[in-house]
Design a protein around this ligand. Structure first.
Ligand SMILES: CC/C=C\C/C=C\CCCC/C=C/C(=O)SCCNC(=O)CCNC(=O)[C@H](O)C(C)(C)COP(=O)(O)OP(=O)(O)OC[C@H]1O[C@@H](n2cnc3c(N)ncnc32)[C@H](O)[C@@H]1OP(=O)(O)O
Length: 302
């Protein structure tokens, strides 16, 4: 499997991705609902459903994990689906959206870093880095159709797209709220935030752990459009058409020129970033606060 980073990254899950997917439908194709013609074959896995439309060159990728928390399995399946589309010259763009009601993506799956050993945390963080690198540097146009809450790691996924369309629902807040959990956004995530909304706005939002409701997210430049919920998909398609109207080679080289330095910074320090992450999250104090946060989430449900 070609990796965004070259040779250094080899988490077990990605070396044996199919082992994680035993019993799932990844790689199998089936007719899309209401479809059946050329380009209407969908494929997917347990946690990622891909609805490709060969005629337009656009695939809709739907996350369908509980709360779309970024488990190691979901990260792995996302990378595999992305790679599959990248390698198929039919496709020029992906619309990323959620199949879960009210949640686009709940961010890191905290159960992957709570009560786990350092080796697991390292494997998990490398998978997170890998997904971000692949998305951030993708040659395809990525449009996020954000149809639910989008905190922390969910916001990372959205920020790594080229364009963001958010449903106008005050419950669908977006932002990097890490500090409120007692954790810290890594430098590459901070850089992505700065690249999107500027230094001062990022400084404020990161320190305060701000989660922006739609109108404020639009105002600060975190999303490009806010539209009624039932228009998120159609607006994402219109945005996609606007981006695909540009010749691929010119758009791709420009994207690379804008993003390469940010990605290279992580590539240069990937191991150190992993070590920082592991030593930070494995501290007793951080484990205790993550545990308490998870408990609060579980109780809130009842
Ligand atoms: C120097 C640097 C060194 C180190 C850096 C250290 C760390 C770097 C971190 C970097 C970046 C990223 C961080 C993150 O992503 S942390 C995760 C942040 N996410 C959140 O705070 C969101 C929490 N969830 C919610 O607010 C709500 O669940 C949400 C998404 C609004 C949905 O609400 P609702 O529909 O009402 O659903 P429930 O709350 O009932 O949740 C359903 C179910 O899902 C579980 N769950 C939710 N979120 C998570 C999660 N992130 N991880 C694990 N599990 C989650 C929740 O507990 C419920 O579970 P149950 O079993 O009860 O069904």
């Amino acid at each position: 499997m070609a990796l965004a980073s070259g040779v250094r990254f080899a988490p077990r899950a990605l070396l044996r991705p199919w082992a994680l997917l035993r019993g799932t439908t990844l790689g199998r194709t089936e007719p899309a609902a209401g479809g059946g013609g050329d380009g209407a074959r969908r494929f997917g896995s347990q946690r990622v459903l891909v609805e490709p439309d060969a005629a337009s060159g656009v695939a809709v990728m739907k996350l369908r994990n509980p709360s779309n928390a970024l488990s190691l399995e979901l990260l792995t399946e996302l990378v595999i689906s992305l790679e599959k589309l990248e390698n198929d010259k039919t496709f020029r763009g992906i619309i990323l959206t959620s199949d879960c009601p009210r949640v686009f993506c709940a961010g890191l799956d905290l159960t992957e870093i709570c009560g786990r050993n350092p080796a697991h945390c390292a494997e998990y963080w490398k998978a997170m880095q890998e997904l971000w690198l692949r998305m951030y540097l993708s040659s395809l146009v990525l449009v996020a159709a954000i149809n639910g809450a989008c905190p922390a790691g969910g916001c990372i996924i959205a920020l790594s797209c080229d364009c963001r369309v958010l449903a106008d629902n005050p419950k669908y807040r977006i932002g990097l709220n890490e500090t409120l959990l007692g954790i810290i956004a890594p430098f590459w995530l901070k850089d992505t935030y700065v690249n999107t909304i500027g230094h001062r706005a990022s400084e404020q939002a990161l320190q305060l752990g701000s989660l922006f409701p739609p109108a404020e997210a639009l105002q600060v430049g975190l999303v490009d459009q806010v539209v009624p919920e039932d228009q998120v998909q159609s607006t994402a398609l219109s945005e996609m058409a606007r981006w695909l109207a540009v010749p691929d080679h010119a758009r791709q080289l420009t994207k690379n020129m804008m993003r390469k330095a940010t990605a290279d910074r992580l590539l240069r320090q990937r191991d150190a970033d992993t070590q920082n992450f592991v030593s930070f999250v494995c501290r007793d104090s951080i484990q205790k606060s993550l545990q308490a946060y998870l408990e609060k989430l579980r109780q809130r449900k009842g």
